[in-house]
Each structure stands twice: as C-alpha cells, then as structure tokens.
Design a protein around this ligand. Structure first.
Ligand code: HEC
Length: 134
C-alpha cells in the first residue's frame, strides 16, 4: 500500500517534470522571455549586433554627431558650418594649426574637443576642415 502511494507520487512527479520541459521550449516561453537578453561576443546572437565602425570617423561624421549642435546655428558666436567669411577670418588670424589648438583645448564657450571626448587629433582636424569648407 505504501509502495503504491510512493510510486503514484513518482509518476506524478515525472509527469510534472516532463511538462515543464515541454513548456521550456514552447512558443509561450519564447514570447515572454526578456527583450534585452545578454549576448556575448562570439555567440550566434552576437552576429546581429552592429559592429562599432573601426578606423577614424570622417569629418562629416564627427560634425554631424558632435559639432553640429553649436556650429549649425552659431550658438554663442560659433562660426557656422560653411560660412567661408567667418572661417576665413579665423584661418587667416591663426592658421589651421591655431584653430586646431583652440578646438582641442577649448576656447571661450567652445568646449575642449567640441564635446567629442573620444575624438583623435585627426578626427578633430577632419571635422574642422569639413565645417570650414562646407
Ligand atoms: C557647445 C557648443 C560647441 C560645440 C559642441 C562645438 N563648438 Fe566649436 N566653437 C563654439 C564656439 C562658441 C566657438 C567660438 C569661440 C570663440 O572664438 O569665442 C567655437 C569655435 C570653434 C573653432 C574656431 C576656434 C578659433 O580659434 O577660432 C573651431 C576650429 C571649432 N569651434 C571646432 C569645433 C569642432 C571640430 C567641434 C566638434 C568636434 C566643435 N567645434 C563643437 C562652440 C562649440
């Protein structure tokens, strides 16, 4: 009698375990799993992750993402994109090297590196060239 109860319990336990296994694969579980699952580099799911572009960003990229905030409309007297007179005056006064120094270190309301804290020297130079030539 006791044995029968134990074995019936065992059958029930096995039934529960196998239904959990079926559930784990079910569409329902797929639908309710977290949206932002961690995906490690090298895993198949990581192939869908957009790689960060290697190599230097173009002057346009840096301008569009960082410098445009002020240089598009001329915030606080920033020389505007493509304004050849404003840029020309500055180039004649300081030369491109001088403009780079101010951009790199900051000048008045112009923050160091124009807020592009991870920009390289070449990226800042390209952005200045892009902005001043329009
Ligand atoms: C927060 C606003 C702001 C951002 C962002 C910004 N600038 Fe400027 N920038 C200014 C202002 C204001 C000036 C004018 C400073 C002055 O001469 O008083 C200026 C001036 C300059 C000058 C001329 C400096 C000189 O000596 O005449 C260069 C070159 C320049 N910015 C490059 C950049 C580059 C490259 C970026 C993006 C990587 C950038 N700036 C982002 C505000 C900004």
């Amino acid at each position: 009698m006791k044995l029968a109860v134990v074995s019936r319990g065992l059958v029930a336990a096995v039934a529960i375990i196998s239904s959990v296994a079926v559930l784990a694969d079910s569409e329902l579980v797929q639908r309710i799993k977290p949206v932002g699952e961690v995906c490690m580099a090298g895993e198949a799911c990581a192939a869908a992750v957009v790689e960060v572009a290697a190599g230097p960003r173009s002057g346009k990229d840096v301008y569009d993402t960082k410098c445009m905030a002020c240089h598009a409309s001329g915030v606080a007297g920033a020389p505007k994109f493509g304004d050849s007179v404003a840029w020309g005056d500055r180039v004649s006064a300081k030369g491109l090297g001088g403009l780079f120094d101010s951009a790199w270190n900051g000048i008045n309301a112009m923050p160091p590196k124009g807020t592009c804290s991870d920009c390289t020297e070449d990226e800042i130079k390209s952005a200045i060239k892009y902005m001043s030539e329009g």
